[in-house]
Design a protein around this ligand. Structure first.
Ligand SMILES: [Zn+2]
Length: 540
């Protein structure tokens, strides 16, 4: 027995390195069978699986490269996890492609085919994905104008520079007085609105007078015009300025090559684009006229307004047409208060003059225009006035009324008195009756200011009141017994042929019509058709 025991122990000692693993394997199989019988979802530990024969594992590949071995991996979950990790590391949403592939059920033939934990897989895949990124995004400022226009700028300085450039294009004021500020959106700090803020009320006095300072001869005409237009403007205050276009700034990551150089950005932002606008048809508008007014080809107008070409002769005043107008991407609108002076018309007061016949009018004292100081609120878009509202009016100089003496003496009864009176109140004899140069002057010329009333020299019937060649606007009165008087070169005729007039009745106004070299009345007296010297009958 002792010997037997000895032998057994000997064998045991010699083979212990075989016996222990064999027992372990035996027990493991027992345990395994036990476990699978109890619970199918039991997982394996590394030591356990490493000794299982023909173990199956999955190989994970990313964009064709092996990441590692795994089991029961949720690829969709891993995909999301990698994206999240990358986005966290990049500071912006990772948008690149992640092509995961799982080769399932590979036999584990090699110890290097270690099954990795889920977190190890996630880390390894993330590292590999990061290493594969070719182009990185950088933080930038995006300017979004309207629905479509987006431009990226490198930093806040360049952004402000570009916005200030757009602002200054239509707002020629001191940089220090007007600047562009960025106002953050309350809900999203990455979104900002560029706001034009006035540091003080800017008086644009210098701006108004600046055209007058120019000394260029070519601009003399302009100079005169601007002088006329601007002289009466006393002051212009800029009270509000804003970007008229819907514009926001967004802080975001973009690829470096998408960022625009600041000078390019300035050009793009202020570049004038063609925009469609409504145009209201005015009097005397034809398609060609409308096209020219809007600086566009007529064909383009027809293209924008279907059917217009066919009915172009019947377009109506007030009708709306579509036209193209140039407009910059970023428009600037302003509100200004301007102060300017305007003339106030004087009134006319009449005084009776019993010395003169009815119809006789004479200025006793001339009127004087008054001055009204007006404040108006003006809205401009890109420097063009779009609306004006009068906000204040103050008379700074009252107008002085004109006083006119009006004859109140009743006219004598119609019909000839047989005695002529002078047809003008005041005059200068500029040419007498008689031979003049090679011709014969058939009347007397009385120089008087334009509009001076002309009286009938005696009562009678008007037989001519119309234009007649070299006489110009002519009145002829028939006084009966073959006696006629003629009044020539009038500016205005106040009687009609066939009308009876009294002596002293105003028949016309002195003018310069017909063959005449200055305002005067050519007066003739005819006896049976022959011109006679008026000075024989009237004491001029
Ligand atoms: Zn004459």
């Amino acid at each position: 027995m002792e010997r037997f025991t000895h032998i057994f122990m000997d064998i045991f000692k010699k083979n212990i390195k075989y016996i222990v693993p064999t027992m372990f394997l035996f027990m493991s199989i027992l345990l395994y069978n036990n476990a699978s019988e109890q619970d199918d979802i039991e997982t394996y530990s590394a030591e356990q699986t490493s000794i299982v024969e023909l173990e199956k594992v999955d190989r994970l590949l990313l964009n064709g490269e092996t990441i590692g071995y795994c089991k029961n991996l949720d690829v969709a979950n891993l995909q999301g996890g990698v994206r999240k990790k990358l986005s966290e590391r990049l500071n912006y949403e990772f948008e690149g492609e992640l092509k995961f592939k799982l080769e399932r059920g590979l036999e584990k033939t090699d110890d290097s085919m270690i099954v990795l934990s889920e977190s190890d897989i996630l880390n390894k895949a993330s590292e590999r994905a990061f290493a594969g990124i070719e182009k990185f995004k950088v933080p930038a400022y995006l300017v979004k104008i309207g629905e479509e226009f987006v431009i990226a700028l490198k930093n806040e300085e360049e952004l402000t520079e570009a916005l200030n450039y757009a602002k200054s294009k239509y707002l020629d004021v001191d940089e220090d007085d007007v600047c562009v500020d960025l106002v953050c959106d309350e809900r999203n700090p990455l979104v900002m609105a560029p706001v034009i803020s006035l540091k003080r009320v800017v008086t644009k006095k210098d701006l108004i007078s600046s055209p007058l300072k120019r000394g260029n001869e070519e601009e003399d005409k302009d100079k005169e015009e601007s002088k006329e237009n601007s002289e009466e403007i006393k002051e212009s205050k800029l009270v509000e300025a804003s970007f008229a276009t819907d514009v926001i700034v967004i802080k975001a990551y973009v690829y470096e090559d998408e960022i625009k150089d600041v000078n390019v950005a300035k050009e793009l932002i202020t570049k004038e684009n063609e925009k469609e606008k409504k145009y209201v048809v005015q009097k005397n508008d034809f398609p060609e006229v409308i096209a020219e007014k809007n600086d566009m080809p007529t064909e383009k107008l027809f293209e924008l307004n279907p059917g217009l070409k066919e009915r172009q002769k019947s377009i109506q005043i007030g009708e709306e047409l579509t036209v193209m107008v140039p407009e910059p991407e970023l428009s600037v609108s302003t509100k200004e208060i301007i102060t300017y002076d305007e003339a106030v018309e004087f009134t006319t007061k009449y005084e009776k003059n019993p010395e003169k016949y009815v119809g006789n009018e004479k200025v006793k004292s001339p009127g004087e225009l008054g001055v009204k100081r007006i404040s108006a609120k003006i809205k401009t878009v890109n420097g063009v006035e779009v609306s004006r509202e009068i906000v204040g009016e103050e008379i700074i100089k009252e107008p002085k009324p004109e006083v006119v003496l009006r004859g109140s003496k009743p006219l004598p009864s119609r019909g000839a008195t047989g005695k002529f009176v002078c047809p003008l109140d005041s005059y200068v004899i500029t040419s007498k009756f008689g031979p003049r140069w090679r011709r014969f002057h058939k009347g007397i010329d009385l120089g008087a200011p334009m509009g001076t009333p002309v009286y009938a020299a005696d009562g009678g019937v008007v037989i001519w009141a119309a234009y007649k060649r070299s006489y110009g606007n002519l009145v002829i009165i028939d006084h009966g017994d073959g006696i006629l008087t003629k009044y020539a070169h009038n500016s205005e005729l106040l009687v009609k042929a066939g009308q009876y007039v009294s002596q002293y009745e105003v028949i016309s106004k002195v003018g310069n019509t017909g063959r005449s070299t200055g305002p005067h009345l050519h007066f003739e007296i005819r006896l049976d058709g022959d011109a006679v010297d008026p000075q024989r009958f009237i004491d001029f």
